[in-house]
Design a protein around this ligand. Structure first.
Ligand code: NAD
Length: 327
């Protein structure tokens, strides 16, 4: 198949080339798919999309006019694709339903440990020949309570790691993960109780109408004043304004974030000037916030699995006319 890979990033290109093994003709563009760039797809059988592409109704209709039949997503999420319009236009869409949950869980641990042990401040002090330790006190995770919101694949992987640290585990989810209970002794409870008890609150639930702003003024008020909050799930689960207000009024202590509710126009590219987003500036510069730019998935293993499934979806469409991961 002739495939146009939109929004190609340096970090993924070689993984896609290796997974492809010359089976399909891959053409790489750094352009993001939107109604202005959909015309690039003329003559392609398929497009491969990143989560920052915009497969809205207009883009999809142009893809269809240009002869595109398949959309292979390089992501789990498909909220950037108008699935109904794709179906109406007989375009098949498939995603990467799962890839290394450990990659994301381990990044959550990295954020937690960096905040708790003040690693960034320690490094900065080191570079200014200031070897005092007075501002670098953390706490043992051993025997502390960790609250995990969303105990699916990533939340379960994080729970197992925290169990290894010797933590007590609390969970909140709409479903109880029985296997995880057996394995780790995790206890399910209400969100309020979890926030009341936990020294660390970490969220791993998807962004849905039910989880939009699940963390808001009220939930931050429930938290312990020394607690660390970690979000590697989706920015929209957290009301950023409420979170900054809660930090400023010491409702909780520190936040480690890999996602931000208005990240789409900002992340995954270099900007010549500051993004025009005052809330983001405040967040980024807050002394008690550690923020990474949606990189929790960025391990060799996860990238390789994403590339493999993206290419497998194309293989299956070519050979069988149907892909096992069709949405
Ligand atoms: P999953 O589907 O295996 O698990 C999600 C869990 O959240 C499920 O147990 C589900 O029951 C629970 N949940 C749903 N609604 C809830 C609610 N209202 N309250 C509490 N829990 C609720 O998904 P996963 O693979 O573990 O991924 C979790 C999320 O992580 C994804 O949806 C995605 O947003 C995010 N993610 C982030 C990155 C990154 O690079 N930062 C990468 C991959 C995934």
């Amino acid at each position: 198949m002739k495939v146009l890979v939109y929004s190609t990033h340096g970090f993924e290109k070689n993984f896609l080339i290796n997974a492809n093994q010359n089976k399909h003709d891959l053409f790489f563009t750094t352009e993001q798919l939107n109604e202005n760039t959909a015309s690039l797809s003329n003559g392609f059988d398929a497009v491969a999309l990143f989560s920052s592409d915009n497969a809205n109704s207009k883009s999809i209709q142009e893809l269809k006019t240009n002869g595109v039949k398949y959309i292979s997503l390089r992501s789990v999420g498909y909220d950037h694709v108008d699935i109904n319009i794709a179906q109406q236009n007989s375009l098949k869409v498939a995603n990467v339903p799962a890839y290394s949950p450990q990659a994301i869980a381990e990044h959550a641990v990295a954020l937690l440990m960096t905040l708790n042990r003040k690693i960034i401040l320690a490094q900065n002090l080191m570079h200014t020949n200031d070897y005092r330790l007075d501002d670098l006190i953390g706490f043992d995770l051993y025997k502390k309570t960790v609250g995990i919101v969303g105990t699916g694949k990533i939340g379960a992987a994080f729970s197992r790691i925290m169990k290894g640290f010797g933590c007590n585990l609390l969970a909140h989810d709409i479903y109880e993960n029985q296997e995880l209970i057996q394995e780790t002794g995790i206890t399910y409870t209400s969100l309020q109780n979890l926030c009341n008890q936990a020294d660390v609150v970490a969220i791993f639930c998807p962004l849905t109408p039910q989880t939009k702003y699940l963390f808001n003024k009220e939930s931050f008020n429930w938290m312990k004043s020394n607690a660390i909050f970690i979000n590697v799930a989706r920015g929209g689960v957290v009301n950023t304004r409420d979170m900054l207000d809660a930090l400023n009024t010491k409702k909780f202590a520190q936040a480690g974030l890999d996602v931000y509710e208005n990240e789409k126009p900002i992340y995954f590219k270099k900007h010549d000037k500051k993004p025009d987003d005052l809330l983001f500036e405040e967040l980024k510069n807050h002394p008690n916030v550690l923020i990474t730019g949606h990189q929790a998935f960025l391990t060799q293993e996860a990238l390789s699995q994403i590339a493999q499934t993206t290419i497998n979806n194309l293989d299956q469409w070519e050979k069988l006319g149907v892909s096992e991961h069709e949405i």
